[in-house]
Design a protein around this ligand. Sequence first.
Ligand SMILES: [Zn+2]
Length: 327
Amino acid sequence: MSNVVTETIQKNAKDELSHSREINWMKVLFQIQITLSALCAFKFILYDSYWATIWFAILVMFLGHVGVAAGAHRLWAHQSYQANGLLRFFLMICQTLSGTGSIYDWVRWHRLHHKHYNTDLDPYNSTRGWFFAHSHGAVLALSPAQQRALKNIDMSDIEDDELVMFQKKWYIPMYLIITLLLPINAPAEYWGENLYSSVFILGWFRCAVNLNLSALIHSAIIIWGLKPGEKYPCDTNLVFILNKTNWISYHYIAPWDYKTSEFGQYGSDTISKFIQICEVLDCASVLKTIDSGTVRKALTASVLEKRNITECLLELCDYSPKTPTFY
Ligand SMILES: [Zn+2]
């Protein structure tokens, strides 16, 4: 009996320290299958499809990207603006179209990523290189230490969101119908597209593009977040945020700023414009951002008082409801 207790204590102690991550072979096989199928889709795109199918695929990919960037990322993960019921429903359907997992899981892993940015607890730790941040980290199961950290992620706002919890509960049938069946069926049904072309273009190719766009939210910092000569993003260099020039690093300092684009220039990207149009249409409100004067004041306070820049920014920004400090 005492041996069992000792073994349990030793196992628990090992788990306490373990940062090793097992490979999730189902995810690996899915990644390989979808990548190879997406490459095969070029044959259909180039030689055996209607232009209507190509334009329809671009439209559905764009809607999927809106669902991830404006929905899962800026609305649900960071609360960077508020949306009415109609917009939330539209974004939930768009996010389902993207095939990138449920909003609940996306937000949970993304908050874990922000809270433990570039440490062993970060599932997309970008100090391990672009491939790890983009793909490798996503196909590994969480380590025991990460699982414990995941339990401490505050998801209370998401758990109170009936729409997100409905999608979480019914994600598999919704994935089969909204992500795959309807987009694949439309070209064959409405303009007589070859079924194989429809499956490869609207199925595998489109899902592969949306999955990679979603993955770039975690790995783009490696490509666009660096200045020439820097090995890793310079977290201690605060000067760049004055002009928001290093916009992708800026996101990790002020994640609640709705203008921080996933790709493109700060404030002038498609998703920021989409949110602004939604505000004009009375579908979005309380768009959170920071003017340069406030950034300057926060930067001065951070340097003089040797305090965390995010803390200083949150003190100076008066949001309602207050954004939690870690996302
Ligand atoms: Zn983020």
